[in-house]
Ligand binder design. Structure first.
Ligand SMILES: *[C@@H]1O[C@H](CO)[C@@H](O)[C@H](O)[C@H]1NC(C)=O
Ligand SMILES: *[C@@H]1O[C@H](CO)[C@@H](O)[C@H](O)[C@H]1NC(C)=O
Ligand SMILES: *[C@@H]1O[C@H](CO)[C@@H](O)[C@H](O)[C@H]1NC(C)=O
Ligand SMILES: *[C@@H]1O[C@H](CO)[C@@H](O)[C@H](O)[C@H]1NC(C)=O
Ligand SMILES: *[C@@H]1O[C@H](CO)[C@@H](O)[C@H](O)[C@H]1NC(C)=O
Length: 330
């Protein structure tokens, strides 16, 4: 099985096409919502239940895909259904607790299990995770055993410290040399995290054989942490830093790199992810259902006007989820 997978994988890298047929040129990405942020809730008191920072939406759009929100607090059959219709899933960063019931982490655990099954039956279905999403990836892979270390990496732009075999990966295997040069030499990756996953943490939950660590970094106290990771068997990727901020967040005083090289490498990650999502042909049953599910059904708010560190956000009320068509669930 593992061997067969490796053969299929090699075919991918060289042909860069779907297992069956042509690339899907109308990819749709499911973006996992998150419990409303503490600060957003202060700025818009008790109005909203969940949100997606618009930078993640634009990240996906800017690489040629359309986003659909995936609600937290769904049933297993809701997640089964929505994953059968989208071409990949993005887990954004943020600041929620993993132990909050019916929240981001619970949804992530179910999505992870379903996405593994989809891939195991021969389809190619990516999950791309950023910052807290990256932490969630190893958390759910570890069967929800908390293993993060507290660390200090706020407003810290860093070059990646690549591991010796980082090129033997999906994420960087075909990356242009200038992208690798910029990533390894310039302070372009935007770090904002108070938890880290260290090599020791990964080892503590027995995940070193399951994941390939592609780069490391050091926080402000010189603590070494994992900054990019890829699952060895499935197209699941984690970045501890925020490529979407380089392109789409403009709050000042937080050291977000906005130079031309930072933009090039951030766009690389967006393009990479959306290209992965082009490798399956999941779709909504009807164009009407697709229209009713896209994020464009929901208003966007200019949150930076209220001094949010997010330029714009999609904020959802608890009953917004009722708009999502999910009949014929099994
Ligand atoms: C969740 O985790 C946070 C941070 O570790 C802790 O402060 C809080 O008490 C926990 N909540 C529950 C319900 O366990
Ligand atoms: C951008 O990256 C290229 C390739 O590494 C490098 O030659 C160039 O000097 C960089 N530009 C800036 C403005 O840092
Ligand atoms: C990156 O940032 C560090 C810490 O601020 C600084 O010492 C280093 O010179 C910077 N590197 C580059 C290439 O700008
Ligand atoms: C990791 O493996 C060890 C030894 O087999 C076991 O005792 C431990 O419970 C495992 N930890 C997790 C989080 O699975
Ligand atoms: C935003 O910050 C500015 C500068 O600190 C302050 O003057 C203004 O009142 C703040 N606006 C809101 C809505 O909090």
């Amino acid at each position: 099985m593992n061997c067969l997978w490796r053969i299929l994988f090699a075919a991918f890298v060289f042909a860069d096409t779907t297992i069956k047929g042509e690339p899907n040129d109308r990819p749709i990405i499911g973006i996992l919502t998150q419990e409303i942020d503490y600060k957003l809730n202060e700025q818009y008191p008790d109005q909203y239940h969940s949100y997606i920072a618009a930078s993640y939406v634009k990240f996906v759009e800017g690489a040629g895909a359309r986003p659909v929100p995936i609600w937290i607090d769904g049933t297993d059959s809701y997640y089964e259904t929505i994953l059968s219709k989208v071409n990949g899933v993005l887990w954004p960063g943020g600041s929620t607790y993993f132990n909050q019931s019916k929240g981001y982490a619970d949804a992530g655990a179910v999505i992870y299990r379903i996405a593994k099954n989809i891939n195991a039956r021969g389809e190619y279905f990516p999950i791309f995770t950023i910052c807290l999403g990256f932490e969630l990836l190893t958390y759910v892979a570890a069967n929800c055993v908390e293993h993060r270390t507290t660390c200090s990496s706020h407003n810290q732009p860093l070059p990646l410290e690549f591991t010796h075999d980082f090129r033997e990966s999906n994420l960087f295997g075909n990356a242009p040399q200038d992208v690798i040069k910029i990533l390894s030499e310039e302070n372009v990756t935007a770090n904002y995290h108070r938890y880290c996953v260290t090599m020791q943490d990964l080892n503590n939950v027995n995940l070193t054989d399951e994941f390939h660590v592609l780069s490391l970094n050091h926080d402000k106290n010189d603590l070494e942490f994992i900054s990019t990771i890829e699952h060895k068997q499935f197209p699941f990727y984690g970045l501890q830093f925020h490529p979407e901020k380089n392109l789409y967040e403009w709050v000042t005083g937080k050291n977000i790199p906005h130079g031309s090289n930072a933009t090039i490498v951030s766009q690389y990650f967006a393009n990479f992810f959306v290209n992965e999502a082009r490798k399956n042909s999941h779709e909504f049953r009807t164009k009407e259902e697709e229209k009713q599910s896209l994020i464009y059904n929901y208003p966007i708010t200019y949150t930076a006007l209220q001094n949010s560190s997010f330029e714009q956000c999609y904020m959802f009320k608890k009953n917004d989820r009722n708009g999502l068509v999910i009949e014929n669930e099994v």
